[in-house]
Ligand binder design. Structure first.
Ligand SMILES: [Zn+2]
Length: 267
């Protein structure tokens, strides 16, 4: 699409193709809970958000995603940052939030995990604390420890069952000379000073996927199951890199992959 040739003047009827695209953008935005018309009021300076999206030349959804998740948009329409500051009892600065938000858009080949991370960051993940607000039959208690309230930070970090898992897994990694410093921020958002597709970040993302899976499969997370889950994730990643001719991206994974394979339980 070309921004110059597609200029829309007030009162001018939009071409049918353009109208369809605008409708699709508005529909897409409303599906993720963003009222585009309202957001446009905050698009300063012009061009408006819709115009920016329409005139982007890049293919794929990443550019759209970046615009929709941009600081300007979120700051005015979502208080999730403030809620995180309360829950974590610390303030994350604007630069950090920008890194966290743009990092989600850079998660490739794992749309399910990308969606999970988006829900975690924007605090729309259906933990028991959230579900219990809408359904009185659901208790807000954590499915793993059955003791504390299942907030996002509890579920992915402070829960004693999860802490036990991190501790065992950290020891397992250390035995293979891999050191991962997992704290509450990295457990929830990843290492935002490292590339989102780096091994450190993907391992943590896989663990978040594993924990969320375990909740819905109603199993207690254990190191044994985590290792099986990771082998599967890493094997898939290897196939992806081979298919796109980027075998060298897998080099940093080889040690942990070989170790996990060697420990895989026999069928
Ligand atoms: Zn718990």
């Amino acid at each position: 699409m070309n921004g110059r040739s597609a200029r829309v003047t007030p009162g001018h009827t939009r071409p049918p193709g353009r109208l369809l695209t605008v409708n699709a953008i508005e529909k897409g935005a409303s599906k993720v809970g963003i009222r585009l018309k309202a957001v446009e009021n905050f698009s300063r300076p012009r061009p408006t958000l819709t115009f920016s999206i329409l005139t982007k030349k890049d293919r794929g959804c990443q550019t759209f995603y970046r615009i929709l998740m941009g600081k300007k948009v979120c700051q005015n329409h979502n208080n999730f940052e403030g809620k995180w500051h309360n829950e974590l009892n610390r303030i994350l600065d604007v630069k950090t939030w920008d890194r966290i938000l743009s990092g989600i858009g850079k998660i490739n080949y794992h749309n399910d995990l990308k969606w999970l991370q988006l829900r975690i960051t924007r605090r729309i993940l259906h933990t028991n604390v959230i579900l219990s607000k809408y359904n009185t039959n659901i208790r807000n208690i954590c499915d793993f420890c059955l003791t504390d309230a299942e907030t996002i930070s509890h579920f992915f970090f402070t829960c004693q069952k999860v802490q036990g898992l991190y501790s065992e897994f950290g020891k397992f990694l250390l035995d293979h000379n891999i050191f991962l410093n997992i704290d509450i921020k990295s457990a929830i958002f990843g290492f935002y000073n490292k590339p989102p597709m780096s091994m450190d970040n993907l391992v943590l993302l896989f663990i978040r996927g594993f924990l969320w899976n375990a909740k819905y499969k109603k199993v207690t997370p254990s190191l044994k199951y985590l290792k099986c889950y990771l082998v599967c994730c890493i094997r898939n990643l290897k196939h992806v890199y081979m298919n796109i001719g980027k075998e060298n991206y897998f080099e940093e994974w080889q040690t942990i992959y070989d170790t996990l394979l060697s420990e895989e339980p026999e069928e």
